[in-house]
Design a protein around this ligand. Structure first.
Ligand SMILES: [Zn+2]
Length: 325
């Protein structure tokens, strides 16, 4: 359990930008475990303190906790965004809500309006919460590669390559983090418009029925992954994007397979193991021989292989295998 760690050490002496991008994309996506706003706010706090490091690239917990508490305060009190976790609320939000109730702070107040002595008190409490729930969790999510930390020394130290990366791409990283934070806020708190979730789905189809028809016409009515018969029973057939839709954002028959309900929902937006890539390449060859389908006009096996590799580099590195039946 990473979030319980009291200290963590960097795993590698050297890490490439490509590797950092993969890990960053994964952390931002829903693939890393927790449905809370913590990781985004800590990430923003790290960026806010890039120029507060000493020559060992260390930043102390008080500085990070100040950024973190300020942002949480401004969400919770400043903007009335109170829910920060699925289930029980995030500790940092609870600390702030308790303070607001005890001091009858009017909604809309920004953190800098809070008297200094009280700011110090809030930052201190939030720092304790970060020690239990935050530093270790992001350390785990970033695969022990972005920073190391020690609760005893109350210091976090950036990996030198990651530090340079953050400086190089700072603006873009902040914008991406803001988007994902806003999206998470929308998910947890609901908004009338649900704008960000809508924007994400702009190119999504209503359904994949036309593809299902094509596949059922030319292929066996069995699950591509587990082989189970999908021809019987109501609504038993699902069309699965082999390379996840969230990555490719398009529907091409050469990337679509029939699957059973169990495999489809368990796979979700993960990548299946390479065995299935080979199986799909064979499937596509067979499909191309049997039918003239426009989607295949610019298809090439090498493209599909490349897409598979690129999705891994973009953080789709949790390789899925069908659940045992
Ligand atoms: Zn299946």
């Amino acid at each position: 359990m990473y979030h319980k760690l009291r200290e963590g050490e960097l795993k590698h002496a050297y890490i490439t930008d490509e590797e950092i991008w993969r890990i960053f994309s994964r952390v931002m996506s829903t693939k890393s475990t927790k449905s809370s706003t913590y990781k985004f706010v800590l990430f923003k706090s790290l960026i806010e303190n890039l120029y507060n490091v000493n020559d060992r690239l260390e930043v102390n917990y008080d500085q990070l906790a100040y950024s973190f508490a300020k942002m949480f305060w401004n969400m919770v009190v400043g903007n009335g965004i109170t829910q920060h976790n699925t289930g029980a609320n995030a500790k940092a939000a609870t600390i702030i809500l308790d303070y607001q109730a005890a001091h009858a702070t009017p909604p809309g107040w920004k953190f800098d309006k809070v008297p200094d002595a009280n700011q110090v008190e809030i930052v201190h409490k939030v720092k304790q919460a970060m020690k239990t729930n935050v530093f270790g969790a992001l350390f785990g999510d970033t695969e022990e590669t972005f920073y190391e930390f020690s609760h005893q020394q109350e210091k976090l130290r950036f990996h030198p390559n990651v530090y340079t990366f953050l400086l190089k791409y700072q603006l873009l990283l902040v914008q991406l983090t803001n988007f994902h934070l806003a999206r998470m806020i929308e998910k947890l708190n609901g908004t009338a418009s649900g704008l960000l979730l809508k924007v994400e789905d702009l190119s999504k189809r209503e359904n994949l029925k036309p593809f299902e028809k094509i596949l059922l016409h030319y292929m066996d009515a069995s699950c591509f992954y587990c082989g189970k018969d999908v021809s019987t029973g109501k609504r038993s057939t699902h069309v699965d994007h082999f390379i996840p839709w969230s990555f490719v954002q398009s529907d091409q028959v050469w990337n679509l397979v029939l699957s059973c309900q169990t495999c489809n929902s368990s796979k979700s937006d993960k990548l299946a193991k390479p065995f299935y890539l080979d199986k799909l390449l064979d499937r596509n060859e067979a499909l191309q021989e049997q039918a003239e389908i426009a989607d295949f006009d610019v298809y090439a096996p090498a493209k599909l292989r490349q897409m598979y590799q690129y999705s891994i580099k973009n953080g789709y590195n949790d390789i899925w295998v069908p659940p045992a039946t």
